[in-house]
Design a protein around this ligand. Structure first.
Ligand SMILES: Cc1cc2nc3c(=O)[nH]c(=O)nc-3n(C[C@H](O)[C@H](O)[C@H](O)COP(=O)(O)O)c2cc1C
Length: 168
């Protein structure tokens, strides 16, 4: 798929088929994650791929949308607040680095004909407990991963370029 076609095709998918994600697709998705830029190249992130039903149920307890349960896999993007580069004011950039790598995953999945949906409206502290994460990790975002069982009909509703870009 051409790059701009991938960008146009990517939508938030909220219905999934149960079919597993092919191994070859996964390999290309993880390579896309490897290629993500990060501040000082610290790569302060890790992606948990949850396939086990009890792990997926643990995530569902933190984000109770039924469609999350349909996907054959859920990916949780973790940021490492200790390893990440810090801004001059001391703020860690791990959410930025992790989000970039996550979007690489999302676009690579789209190119494979797979569906994803960025999810941030989950109970972060509860997920931390459910997955037994060390304190340095922040669960920045998660997404179901699987073949779409819907084609979103509603238009994306993008703002105009004039609203999004200012030339000074
Ligand atoms: C940082 C971020 C957080 C999001 N969190 C959620 C979420 O918790 N639940 C959800 O259903 N969609 C979530 N979304 C998906 C957005 O609602 C969606 O991207 C937006 O409406 C545009 O639609 P599209 O992705 O189909 O283009 C999130 C997207 C982003 C980028």
């Amino acid at each position: 798929m051409q790059f701009h076609e991938v960008l146009r095709r990517r939508r938030s998918i909220r219905a999934y088929k149960p079919d597993p994600v092919p191994g070859a697709s996964l390999a290309r998705i993880w390579e896309a994650v490897q290629l993500a830029p990060s501040a000082c190249n610290r790569q302060p992130f890790q992606f948990l791929m949850l396939l086990a039903e009890e792990k997926k149920e643990a995530v569902y307890r933190c984000y109770g949308s039924e469609w999350l349960r349909q996907a054959p896999a859920i990916v949780v993007a973790l940021g490492d607040r200790e390893e990440a580069w810090k801004r001059l004011n001391g703020a860690s950039v791990h959410p930025i680095d992790t989000a970039i790598a996550m979007e690489h995953l999302v676009l690579a999945a789209t190119a494979e004909g797979l569906g994803t949906c960025w999810i941030c409206a989950f109970d972060q502290e509860k997920l931390h407990r459910e997955l037994g994460l060390k304190s340095k990790w922040e669960a920045v975002a998660l997404t179901p991963l699987g073949f779409p069982a819907e084609t979103p009909a509603t238009p994306r509703g993008s703002k105009s370029v004039g609203e999004l870009v200012r030339i000074l």
